[in-house]
Design a protein around this ligand. Structure first.
Ligand code: AMP
Ligand code: MG
Length: 317
């Protein structure tokens, strides 16, 4: 049990966070997508600690955060398409799953036994400063108990993990609000998880839309469990007429909605508000409560929003 520190987003806070991380401690940090639960990816004890703090199944591999493409190339093998994707979208909300270099020096728990490693170069200035200061690749799954709603503020992190991690670096709300898009570059390039980088932008660089593994009748990425992002309340989707007793979350004009992802129907705003709105709806709905969500278009960031909502609504294990 720790008294979890809240560190300020300044040079002293970053230095303290880096010291804790270099000593094998766990520090949650802001990224443009959601808060990550940081730990030294080369330190087996730190990585084991991440799984323990989250209650994450050991078969669900972790994304490694690095400061730039050069650092990424020390961990994984890049071919031309992978390099083109990195050049176009890093730093940013894109994770690439690539062949792990045998000499990468990462804890074997990072990849959960897979031959490929997931890498990302985050754009958030505090994440970048922290990566530079600690000079280690950082494992960074979302900083929440496994299966629960992802955190987009330091308060969300503390709500789920206070007492289980050394510190949280408080950078305010995350601007994108949904996790990174995960791609496995190849022939064809596979979209393992829709996320903060819209698939349409990827298609423009690749010259073809990335394929969902489901489209190709392939198993989904490890750890992409059906039920995830789950609030306590029951969730019903694509609701244009809520039932009595349901707390309605709107998108666009929804007269009578209790909360809204975006009054103007803006998908970027809806993504940024998604997880905080689910938490607030859960709080207002109370024990045994029911939440209904208005339809969200399945284009651009809507793909990621609908993916998270579908998992939040899925039957719980
Ligand atoms: P998160 O819970 O946001 O950290 O998401 C991590 C997800 O990235 C996992 O659930 C996997 O679906 C995917 N992932 C991470 N590492 C790998 C890997 N080595 N191979 C395939 N998918 C991966
Ligand atoms: Mg997560």
């Amino acid at each position: 049990m720790f008294a979890t520190l809240t560190l300020p987003p300044d040079a002293a806070g970053i230095a303290r966070a880096a010291t804790l991380l270099r000593a094998g401690g766990l520090v949650a940090f802001p990224t443009e997508t959601v808060y990550g639960l940081g730990g030294d990816a080369t330190c087996d004890a730190a990585v084991a600690g991440i799984y323990a703090a989250k209650g994450r199944p050991a078969h669900n591999p972790l994304i490694v955060h690095v400061p730039d493409l050069a650092a990424a190339e020390r961990l994984a093998v890049f071919d031309a398409p992978a390099r083109a994707l990195a050049a176009a979208f890093w730093p940013g909300p894109l994770t690439l799953v690539l062949p792990l270099r045998p000499d990468a020096g990462l804890s074997p728990r990072i990849t959960a036994g897979h031959a490929r490693v997931a890498l990302r170069v985050p754009a958030h200035p505090l994440a970048r400063a922290l990566l530079r200061a600690c000079a280690r690749p950082l494992a960074g799954p979302s900083a929440n108990p496994s299966g629960k709603v992802s955190p987009t503020t330091a308060a969300h992190v503390l709500h789920g993990l206070a007492g289980r991690i050394a510190a949280v670096l408080d950078g305010g709300p995350c601007p994108v609000g949904v996790e990174s898009t995960i791609l496995a570059p190849g022939t064809p390039t596979e979209l393992l998880r829709p996320g903060g980088l819209p698939a349409e932008a990827i298609a423009r660089v690749l010259g073809a839309a990335p394929l969902r593994p489901a489209d190709a009748a392939r198993p989904v990425a490890p750890g992409q469990l059906a039920s995830h992002y789950a609030p306590e309340a029951a969730l019903r989707l694509d609701v244009t007429a809520p039932e009595p007793g349901e707390l309605w979350i709107g998108f666009g004009p929804c007269p009578g909605a209790a909360l809204s992802l975006s009054e103007t129907g803006d998908l970027a705003q809806a993504a940024a508000r998604l997880f905080a709105t689910l938490r607030e709806a859960d709080r207002r709905a109370g024990p045994g409560g029911r939440i209904a969500v208005a339809p969200i278009p399945a284009t651009g960031l809507g793909l990621a929003i609908n993916d998270r909502l579908a998992r939040a609504a899925a039957p719980r294990p």
